[in-house]
Design a protein around this ligand. Structure first.
Ligand SMILES: NC(=O)c1ccc[n+]([C@@H]2O[C@H](COP(=O)([O-])OP(=O)(O)OC[C@H]3O[C@@H](n4cnc5c(N)ncnc54)[C@H](OP(=O)(O)O)[C@@H]3O)[C@@H](O)[C@H]2O)c1
Length: 123
């Protein structure tokens, strides 16, 4: 399978990427920081991008996937919590950042794969 995973440098995204690579699948991973363990796999391609920069994400994701004809699975996993605190103590910029990463950034791979690549499943 060909699988795109956002937030692959740690946690659940890293676990999923390792699992699929060890099963022999091809994984395209996105996060800001690389992960040395994933980079050892020849079937892993990494895109370092801050997904809150939607324009850059759109540009880079199309480069990453330009030679692909289809994807089997897209896992929209990247996200931030930023500490849970009272709304009165949270700035608009902090809320915007969380919304950009956790909500709007997901629109980019979804739109890209819908428009250009037949994609079997998006989770
Ligand atoms: N663990 C929990 O208890 C819990 C609870 C509720 C929801 N969630 C959500 O479930 C998902 C996985 O959780 P987790 O515990 O595995 O999280 P995690 O270990 O913090 O991993 C989050 C991943 O998202 C990436 N990421 C964050 N901000 C990014 C940005 N601006 N640009 C690109 N990549 C970014 C991080 O990579 P870089 O830092 O390298 O960019 C990292 O790979 C997250 O969306 C999280 O919010 C988790």
């Amino acid at each position: 399978m060909k699988i795109l995973i956002t937030g692959c440098s740690s946690g659940l995204g890293f676990g999923l990427a390792s699992h699929y690579l060890n099963q022999g699948h091809q994984v395209f991973g996105i996060s800001r920081k690389p992960n040395d363990e994933l980079s050892k796999h020849s079937s892993f391609r990494f895109l370092s991008v801050d997904i809150s920069n939607l324009e850059l994400l759109r540009k880079e994701i199309s480069k990453l996937l330009e030679s692909e004809e289809s994807l089997d699975l897209v896992v929209l996993n990247a996200g931030v919590i930023n500490g849970i605190k009272d709304l009165k103590d949270t700035s608009i910029d902090e809320i915007k950042h969380v919304m950009d990463v956790n909500v709007w950034a997901n629109k980019v791979p979804v739109s890209y794969t819908h428009l250009t690549l037949p994609t079997k499943r998006i989770v």
